[in-house]
Design a protein around this ligand. Sequence first.
Ligand SMILES: [Mn+2]
Length: 303
Amino acid sequence: MAVFSSWAAQSQRIFLSFSSNSVKWISNSKTRKSICCSSSSELNPVRLEVCFSVGTHLIPHPNKVEKGGEDAFLVSNFNGGVLAIADGVSGWAEKNVDPSFFPKELMANASYLIDKEEVDYEPQILLGKAHAATSSRGSATVIVAMLEKTGVLKIANVGDCGLRVLRKGRLIFSTTPQEHYFDCPYQLSSEAVSQTYLDAMVSNIDVVEGDKIIMGSDGLFDNVYDHEIISTISRISNVADAAKALAILANEHSRDATFDSPYSLEARGRGFDVPWWKKVIGRKLVGGKLDDITVIVGEVVSS
Ligand SMILES: [Mn+2]
């Protein structure tokens, strides 16, 4: 006991005599290190920083090829990576407004705002600020996904663009479309009656290295089933090739009047169908849906 007291006193003296910051820092650091290594490595595993490896592919509606369609998208490598798609609402053409202006300007504004302090790396705030900065007439459905280097994927979605997360070939997350009624999705608009960023569906998903993110406009999800997305992603590991293959598949289905697409299935579920006299001879409402098709495939990789 006497020996212990003596040692403690001596130790304290030594500590006090080396009162410079550097000595304290070394002393504390050593203590922390030994605790970390011995007991808490399993509780607090060291997480590698992650980012996206991204492939994109856009196929415009066959009648809108010349101007490149009415979808717009952005890919940024800020932080872990930012992906976004805006799909211009085609009904604006009836009011002599080019439906591609609004989504293009919205994405351009979002691109400018991504790294701004006031956005605070929050996709919902980015949507709000980008919407407020957009002066074109028109409207768009829009989805934004921002990956933090720590592995949190933050999503904000207004309308019927979509996002899937696949882990080891299995679907672990899917967005749900928001709509007023069939074929009328929630949308950000130049008109005051529209939805705002506050109407966005917001999700935070923990992702890990190897996870695949498939993001698309409704042109993808109206024409391609989730099981087809899963099989395509499982078959093609390169993100650019996978995005292209999914867009081509969606395009083929969209032009196929006999394909029982997710869109036609949904339409029949809502009570839309062929006239009764066609039903009598065994016909039903089928076919793909022609649309602009945007596909972004991201793989979570260590940075
Ligand atoms: Mn669309």
